[in-house]
Design a protein around this ligand. Structure first.
Ligand SMILES: CC(C)(COP(=O)(O)OP(=O)(O)OC[C@H]1O[C@@H](n2cnc3c(N)ncnc32)[C@H](O)[C@@H]1OP(=O)(O)O)[C@@H](O)C(=O)NCCC(=O)NCCS
Length: 242
């Protein structure tokens, strides 16, 4: 498996459908001590399960690109907690996100990469949340959306903002109201903060599960294409026991 210049790969997994003991054992054996300890700290079994699948997918997929054993990968984090590979055989940008019913992993050959996934729209007071977290322009544009479509538009903006923050990897030191997205159909317009006027690229995907996924990528590539989507659920189910 190879990354393509100018292209992000997006891997999708439904952890509730990855349940075979052989594959779970394979994933357990890949985790390092920090991952195993973090997994055990989750109180609920479904969260322990999702973490195992997310990190099994992370290691399996990245090792596939790098052609190494998944258990040999080592991860570090920056001071805001963003993970990266330590001493990889070649550079690889990646970011992980999980929510009920879907885990997503974005991978690219280089650059800064962020991804966020949110579950299908629940009933929520999106204007209250927008007032607390969004820019003035985003609040105004959301107010103009008819009520029936407002939650979906809110989730578009939320995932894009989260993906951008995760791409920068500087956590909440990036003020959320200091940058804006405008979404019109498939078009995404970004108004960056003063300290970051570089060429970020953005995509929003709606996989068949009904989730919303946003990707933010800062890349030097002169031309970029939309993400390639891969189904890790089927791949994991077809893994032969080791
Ligand atoms: C830390 C943070 C990135 C996690 O986000 P989240 O929505 O709870 O979780 P996600 O499932 O999207 O992502 C979690 C994964 O991102 C990665 N991650 C952790 N810290 C990260 C950081 N600072 N930057 C980028 N990625 C990070 C990890 O791989 C983590 O998975 P893991 O714990 O299994 O290893 C997030 O709390 C944050 O900084 N958010 C931005 C601020 C915000 O509130 N935005 C609202 C949007 S308007």
């Amino acid at each position: 498996m190879d990354t393509l210049p100018g292209c992000v790969d997006l891997w999708l997994a439904d952890d509730e459908r990855i349940v075979g003991e052989p594959v779970l054992d394979r994933f357990r054996a890949m985790l390092d001590a920090d991952e195993a300890a973090k997994q055990q700290r989750f109180v609920q079994a479904r969260h322990r399960h999702q973490y195992l699948i997310a990190h099994g997918m992370l290691r399996t997929v990245l090792a596939g690109y790098l052609n190494v054993d998944p258990g040999t990968l080592r991860f570090g984090t920056n001071k805001f907690g963003k993970p990266s590979l330590l001493d990889p055989p070649r550079p690889l940008a990646f970011n992980l996100s999980h929510t009920d019913g879907l885990i997503v992993l974005a991978v690219a050959e280089s650059g800064r990469l962020g991804v966020d996934v949110e579950a299908p729209a629940r009933v929520m007071d999106s204007m209250d949340l927008a007032n607390a977290h969004f820019s003035a322009a985003e609040i105004e544009s959301l107010r103009r959306v008819p009520e029936a479509g407002r939650t979906a538009r809110f989730i578009d903006l939320w995932t894009l903002k989260e993906a951008y923050v995760k791409g920068r990897g500087e956590g909440l030191s990036v003020p959320l109201a200091g940058f804006s997205f405008a979404v019109d159909g498939e078009d995404i317009v970004f108004q960056g903060p003063a300290d970051d006027r570089r060429a970020w690229r953005f995509w929003r995907e709606r996989p068949a599960t009904g989730h919303t996924v946003a990707i933010a990528w800062l890349t030097d590539a002169s031309s970029v294409a939309g993400p390639r989507l891969y189904d890790f659920t089927t791949l994991a189910a077809s893994c032969p026991p080791s």
